[in-house]
Write a protein that binds this ligand. Structure first.
Ligand SMILES: Cc1ncc(COP(=O)(O)O)c(C=O)c1O
Length: 402
């Protein structure tokens, strides 16, 4: 009998993430490719004590099946925390039942794709956007329209033009805080304008927010969720970048109708997220100060960002441009228009440094003269040496373009 895969899987390209993550594991390569948090930030001792305490106090429940929507205590703790962070921006008061727990926000994106999309439906995305979200929506046969951005975020007039002329738009997917890949943070005015348009067109918005709390400077800004009288925002938060990605723990806030559909799919996917890890996260939040932990992480990330910015200034020619993110994990490099970051990456790997070429963040235009650098993972020495190698690579590549 011949092995015969589904049409969608047969037609699908291998994920861009897989070879990238494989590169980060090669010790001779200084990789700025993966979106990895610094391992120094993982609260090893605290999580060890938490795990022990959960086993001693609630071991049987923690090892039992749980609710598809997730552990109620954890959801309550996340709701309280979000109320504390965003209540003063006017966000509606959240309770445990306003959200569900997912196995990483990647699973949330997958489930969102499944409840909204039929083959050929359209998702509006920032230009550029997160390649993992594109990968998830690809499974449902999504088409994309890229909405142009500038340094303040998505451009409202462009969004409106696209909404007026595009059929089958099911939702808009955005990362307003320290976007992956660019590091851009939408201004308050942009958030308000985009939400005014969204409310008028009554179109759901997926607000993916894994980096919102990783602000190193400047004032916190209101999430789209706090500007949402019609409850159109599906807000995704994650423990990955503020605690540890290996926990695979995240949450999605949405209106009741959307959550009930999502829970249906969640049950069919994995029944529920690990009871054990949910209990541990809830216990961690009770025993320790997550906000203080994040504040410490931000100090380290600010330092590493500055080391990278300095190194870029020293090593890259002045005609190369880059973003100066106030938070998150990434900065975004713009090369001359006729350069190809994939070609550059091949040369960079020879020089033992790696990044993510930009084309995979543009599902339609596939623009090739950009790339993404992660500044959170490597220590100072590796950042300096890696950017020195990158500078050499760029100079060599520039010679081939003359
Ligand atoms: C914008 C964005 N969304 C979602 C994810 C996935 O995160 P998680 O570890 O919560 O699945 C990432 C990971 O890098 C991301 O950058």
């Amino acid at each position: 009998m011949a092995i015969c895969f589904s049409k969608i899987v047969t037609e699908m390209k291998a994920s861009e993430l897989t070879p990238i993550l494989a590169l980060t594991a090669r010790p001779d390569i200084i990789s700025f490719a993966g979106g990895l948090p610094a391992e120094e930030t993982f609260p090893l001792q605290e999580l060890k004590e938490t795990a022990l305490q959960v086993m001693e106090e609630n071991g049987k429940e923690a090892l039992q099946y749980g609710l598809a929507a997730g552990d109620k205590e954890l959801r309550g703790a996340i709701a309280d925390r979000m109320n504390g962070l965003y209540g003063h921006f006017g966000m509606r008061t959240l309770a445990a039942d306003d959200m569900m727990i997912v196995t990483g926000s990647q699973q949330g994106l997958d489930i969102i794709g499944r409840i909204f999309l039929d083959k050929g439906d359209v998702v509006l995305v920032e230009k550029p956007s997160y390649l993992g979200a594109i990968g998830a929506f690809d499974f449902e046969g999504a088409n994309y329209v890229e909405v142009p951005m500038d340094k303040e975020g998505m451009i409202p007039d462009e969004l409106e033009k696209i909404l007026q002329t595009t059929e089958r738009v099911k939702f808009i997917y955005v990362i307003p805080n320290f976007q992956n890949p660019t590091g851009i943070c939408w201004s308050k005015e942009r958030r308000e304008k985009i939400m005014e348009i969204v409310s008028r067109y009554e179109i759901p918005v997926v607000e993916d927010n894994p980096y919102g709390e990783l602000r190193m400077e400047g004032e916190a800004l209101p999430p789209l969720l706090s500007m949402d009288p019609k409850h159109l925002v599906i807000h995704s938060g994650s423990f990955s970048k503020v605690l540890a990605p290996g926990m695979r723990l995240a949450w999605v806030v949405a209106n009741e109708k959307i959550l009930s559909k999502m829970t249906l799919v969640k049950s069919a996917t994995d029944l529920h997220t690990s009871s054990l890890i949910q209990r541990e996260a809830a216990m961690y939040m009770k025993k320790y100060n997550l906000s203080a932990h994040i504040k410490e992480n931000c100090k380290l990330y600010k330092h590493r960002r500055d080391v990278m910015l300095d190194a870029l200034k020293t090593n890259l020619p002045e005609y190369i441009q880059w973003t100066h993110p106030e938070g998150g994990l990434f900065l975004w490099i713009t090369l001359p228009a006729d350069w190809d970051a994939r070609e550059l990456l091949m040369m960079a790997i020879d020089k033992k440094v790696a990044f993510v070429p930009g084309d995979c963040f543009f599902p339609v235009s596939g623009k090739r003269n950009y790339f993404r650098l992660n500044f959170s993972y490597n220590n100072d020495e590796r950042i300096k040496e890696g950017i020195r190698r990158l500078g050499e690579t760029i100079k060599t590549y520039a010679e081939t373009k003359k």
